[in-house]
Design a binder for this molecule. Structure first.
Ligand SMILES: Cc1cc2nc3c(=O)[nH]c(=O)nc-3n(C[C@H](O)[C@H](O)[C@H](O)COP(=O)(O)OP(=O)(O)OC[C@H]3O[C@@H](n4cnc5c(N)ncnc54)[C@H](O)[C@@H]3O)c2cc1C
Length: 301
């Protein structure tokens, strides 16, 4: 069971696309990171359980990847298996304003689907560049809304490869976290509850929020969004700016001049550059203000 070439063949035998040495800079919005040892894309939830069992059999660690919009991948890459949800992209309208979608559906597509069916409640998520699964995992939120407002339940695959479901309070949705945080469960689908709405009003709100993002956020550069969580009673960006760190750079990584809450890749940044910027900001902000910033971005590899 130690021949890793067999691992790829075994993944392909169950219908998954599987490749070795895939540069993760192509799969993260930061455009940073070394290669994944293996990159596997199941195209049905049932295959995920099979892939997890294979990872265990071959003693390979695994990590689930959505759109990579909240990740910083190490320059040396990731040992083991990246399980991508990119092919889990089915979406379905149910009765009474409910939508079921697979975890790899982008929030952009989900929001447009809601708009096409005159359903309101997801406008806040328009412009968050992740998948539905990543948004449930993180309890993504913006402009006064969050996944907790619309998410009824999630189905997932347990660490032993068996299917499971969490609904309501059991999802433990909280600021940038959920029952899934720091576990190896893989979300396969979401059940979302929306309300009937006026399509013109839904579209206007989405466009308004997108315009606010373009105005305030450095969307012209690769990044992973807000680098730090919002400390209670403060804004991370305001604290960083107050400490004179706007524009602070190491190599290709820089605290955005436009929004100090974002570390951007201004060109050729390495993960080491980003870590150096993050560490410096944390140290200076703690020294100057007493507030310890906690990264929102997840580090892998
Ligand atoms: C320009 C920009 C703006 C952003 N604005 C916002 C914002 O307004 N609000 C906000 O909350 N976030 C924002 N983000 C951050 C990011 O888009 C969200 O955290 C998003 O929910 C991450 O989804 P993803 O699919 O990219 O997850 P990834 O980055 O791929 O993964 C993030 C975490 O979720 C886990 N994960 C992903 N999919 C699954 C799954 N199917 N099952 C189990 N675990 C999974 C991963 O293992 C990882 O731990 C922004 C990012 C960028 C680049």
């Amino acid at each position: 069971m130690n021949d890793h070439l067999d691992f790829l063949a075994a993944c392909r035998a169950i219908g998954c696309e599987a490749t070795a040495q895939v540069p993760l800079s192509d799969y993260t919005t930061f455009r940073i990171g070394g290669a994944a040892e293996y990159f596997v894309s199941p195209d049905a939830p049932a295959q995920i359980g099979e892939v997890i069992r294979l990872c265990r059999a071959y003693q390979l660690p695994y990590f689930v990847l959505g759109k990579g919009s909240n990740l910083l991948v190490a320059d040396g890459g990731v040992r083991g298996v990246i399980i991508s949800t990119q092919k889990l992209d089915r979406i379905e309208l149910l009765s009474d304003g409910k939508i079921r979608c697979e975890s790899g559906v982008s929030l952009l597509r989900l929001c447009r689907f809601a708009l096409d069916h005159s359903l309101t409640g997801l406008e806040f998520a328009y412009g968050i560049p992740g998948t539905a699964g990543g948004a449930a995992y993180m309890n993504a939120g913006a402009y006064g809304g969050e996944m907790r407002d619309v998410l009824l339940s999630c189905t997932h695959v347990e660490e032993d490869g068996e299917p499971g479901t969490f609904e309501g309070d059991a999802l433990a949705l909280r600021y940038r976290g959920s029952v899934y945080s720091d576990t190896a469960r893989i979300i396969t689908s979401l059940l979302i509850q929306l309300q009937p709405g006026d399509p013109a009003a839904i579209r206007d709100r989405m466009e308004e929020l997108m315009a606010r993002r373009r105005d305030k956020q450095p969307l012209e550069y690769p990044s992973a969004g807000s680098t730090f969580k919002r400390p209670t009673g403060y804004y991370a960006g305001a604290l960083i700016e107050q400490c004179g760190l706007k524009g602070f750079a190491v190599g290709g990584a820089q605290v955005s001049d436009k929004h100090a809450g974002f570390v951007i890749n201004r060109g050729g940044a390495t993960a080491a550059d980003v870590h150096a910027v993050i560490d410096h900001c944390r140290a200076v902000v703690q020294r100057e203000t007493g507030v310890l910033l906690e990264p929102e971005v997840k580090f892998i590899g």
